[in-house]
Design a protein around this ligand. Structure first.
Ligand SMILES: [Zn+2]
Length: 133
């Protein structure tokens, strides 16, 4: 067999069938990713909402601070003082305007951690600017 015939013969072979085309998967619903952080002596369990389909960190929320001893969510003291109180152990922590910034800092740190571990994801527009740095 000539070289041309050989090549031609090869070319005449049926091409391998393409792998069965998988049916497009329905977009997975966004999932929640929990984290744990200590900030200003309080424990936080921020939750990120991420979309695996869009590779997007959709949103993040800090939630309430938690008692570092009981892991229970803290509530503002019932006496109207600016304090976080633990209903279980009675531990009281000062609350202040800085807690608002603490929440944002917790959320931003949580989002940055996730993005560092998942470089194919990007931050969504709903995240605070500090989470995208
Ligand atoms: Zn407690």
């Amino acid at each position: 067999m000539s070289l041309l015939g050989f090549l031609g013969g090869r070319a005449e072979r049926p091409a391998p069938k393409p792998a069965a085309v998988a049916a497009p998967k329905p977009a997975a619903p966004p999932r929640s990713v929990g984290a744990r952080r200590e900030f200003r002596g309080l424990l936080w369990f921020p939750v990120l909402t991420v979309s695996d389909g869009d590779k997007l960190v959709v949103s993040a929320r800090a939630g309430l601070p938690h008692c570092p001893h009981c892991l229970r969510p803290l509530a503002l003291a019932a006496d109207g003082s600016e304090r976080w109180a633990c209903a279980a152990c009675g531990r009281v922590s000062p609350a202040c305007d800085a807690d608002f910034f603490a929440m944002e800092a917790v959320v931003a740190a949580c989002a940055r951690d996730f993005l560092a571990k998942h470089p194919d994801f990007r931050p969504g527009p709903a995240l605070p600017a500090s989470a995208r740095a």
